[in-house]
Each structure stands twice: as C-alpha cells, then as structure tokens.
Design a binder for this molecule. Structure first.
Ligand code: AMP
Ligand code: MN
Ligand code: MN
Ligand code: MN
Length: 280
C-alpha cells in the first residue's frame, strides 16, 4: 500500500511574509512527511520556480500556487490559485498592481504611526519598502517587535495595526470577481482561503460562497492549521452544501511560530472530495 498523500497547499516563503527561502521551506516540508506542496506566497510568483526545483530534489509533488488579496463588501479576502500558467502576463500585471497598492499602504501606515503614536514609523516603512518586494503588515509587525514596541507579532497587530489602532490604514483591493476571473484566465483552480477567519455572519458567508462559486471558484479550504472542531464542521458543511472540493494547508510562515508547521492540519471528513483528487 502506498503512503497517504499529505498535501500542504498553503505555504509562505520570504518572497512574501514568510521567513524561509522556497528551498528551505520545501526541505522542511519533506522532513515533516509532506508529499505534495504548493508555495502560495501573497501576491507574487517569485518563488515558484525555486519551489518547483526543490520539490523535484526531495521527491515531492509540486503545485504552482499563489494567495491573492481581494476585496468583498469591505472585507479583505484571500483567494488561492493553484496549477496555473506562470507565464500569464495579465495575472502578473494584476499581482504587480497589488504590490504597488501594498507599498503605498505601508508608507501610509508608517506615516500614521509617526503622526499619531510618535513611533519611528517612517523609518520602519522605508526599511521594509527597500527590502521586501511584497511589503505586508506582517513585516511591519516584526519590525515593531524588533524595535521593542510590541512583545510579539500578535501583540503588534493588536496594539498598532488593526482597525481602530494608530497604524490602521485603508487599502482598496481588486474585487473578488476580477480576482477569480484573472486566476481562471491563467488556467488556475481557485480556492477560497480560510473562510472561517473572515468576520462575516453565517448569511454573509453563504452569500460569499455563492458569489465565489458563480465567479468560478471550485474549492474552499477546510482542513486549515489551527482550526477548531466546530469551525471544521462548519466549513465541511459549507463545502457539502455548495458542492465545493475541500483543500488542506498549514498557512505556514515561520519556524519560530510552532503551532502550524508544514503538514500539520486536521484530516478531511471522508465524504468530502479532496481538491488533490482534481490536481494533475
Ligand atoms: P497584510 O496582507 O499586509 O494585511 O498582512 C497580513 C499578514 O499578516 C497576513 O497574511 C497574516 O500572515 C498576518 N496577520 C494578519 N493579521 C494578523 C494578526 N492579528 N496576528 C498575527 N498575524 C496576522
Ligand atoms: Mn501572511
Ligand atoms: Mn491568508
Ligand atoms: Mn496565507
């Protein structure tokens, strides 16, 4: 009997807000028994070829991936594209536009931290903008921790970066519909990431899933690292009711954060169709 497939289809490298190189990430995946991996950095395809080569070396199945930021009814959502054409020019333009919006937001947040909280926000933002091709609030959170303004990344978000805090700055993401269309245009299978994490009522979440499906989405993440049994149940029910395939992933960013290492997530309920069954 062959060993079971452990498909981690949600992973980050230092090309977005993770800390490992794609090669080191895939090596860690291999050492933890992952057999199929998708590097899904935020809004960039930069690490995909390195991940692909590393998977070949470690005998893992590789799936091309990306996690794309978009907006729906004033909420930020994350949509994952898998198994698409890396050379698609329209997708690359879409992602480059998001990176530019991110850079403007980080500068805006830095300015607000400086003005409203008397923190060295402009210098921290300038450092990130000079270094990180996908500048995220996670980078800013890490810099705030390093400069002694928060005890850890979670604290930095809660204290400085979330809604109502000094460093909260609005950002306009492309719409869900445009995002799914762009990914489909590149041939991607499209997955809604971590649906339980959005601040949506049950009714709004059902509406979102209906629109996501109509736009061309075919799967939702169900077995996500750190999910509790009641959320897992809720997502499994939503996948059944809307006819979505179910995806699995750790959303791993950083080996220093021990609760979601690559390959660690719940088992999918047996009656759901795993998205892996549709992958090449
Ligand atoms: P951004 O995409 O720039 O808004 O950055 C958000 C990234 O930071 C996400 O991709 C998560 O990895 C992480 N993140 C968001 N909210 C939190 C939080 N409250 N605590 C810790 N990490 C967070
Ligand atoms: Mn992230
Ligand atoms: Mn996400
Ligand atoms: Mn993620």
């Amino acid at each position: 009997m062959s060993a079971p497939l452990v498909a981690d289809l949600h992973l980050h490298s230092h090309h977005s807000d993770g800390v490992l190189s794609p090669a080191a990430l895939i090596e860690l995946c291999a050492s933890r028994g992952v057999t199929q991996a998708a590097l899904t950095d935020h809004d960039t395809l930069e690490g995909c070829l390195e991940a692909h080569a590393a998977c070949a070396r470690h005998d893992l199945k590789h799936v091309t991936g990306v996690e794309v930021s978009c907006g729906w009814n004033g909420q930020t959502l994350h949509v994952i594209g898998l198994e698409f054409d890396l050379e698609d020019a329209a997708l690359e333009r879409h992602l480059a536009d998001i990176r530019a919006r991110r850079a403007a937001r980080i500068a805006d947040i830095g300015e607000r931290l400086e003005r409203k909280a008397r923190l060295p926000g402009k210098a921290l933002a300038a450092k990130i903008l000079a270094r990180d091709a996908v500048p995220t609030r996670m980078h800013l959170a890490r810099e705030l921790v390093a400069a002694g303004h928060a005890k850890d990344v979670g604290d930095a978000f809660a204290r400085w970066l979330t809604r109502g805090r000094a460093g909260h700055a609005p950002i306009e993401w492309p719409t869900l519909g445009d995002t799914v269309a762009r990914l489909r245009g590149a041939g991607a299978r499209v997955v809604l990431a971590h649906p339980h994490r959005y601040e949506l009522s049950a009714g709004a979440l059902r509406r979102l899933l209906g629109e996501f499906r109509a736009a061309g989405g075919e799967a939702i993440e169900v077995a996500v690292a750190g999910i509790g049994p009641s959320d897992l149940d809720r997502l499994a029910t939503l996948a059944r009711n809307h006819g979505f395939a179910a995806s699995t992933g750790s959303d791993f960013h950083d080996p220093a954060i021990p609760w979601n290492p690559p390959g660690r997530f719940a088992k999918l309920p047996a009656d759901l169709e795993p998205l892996t069954a549709r992958l090449a």
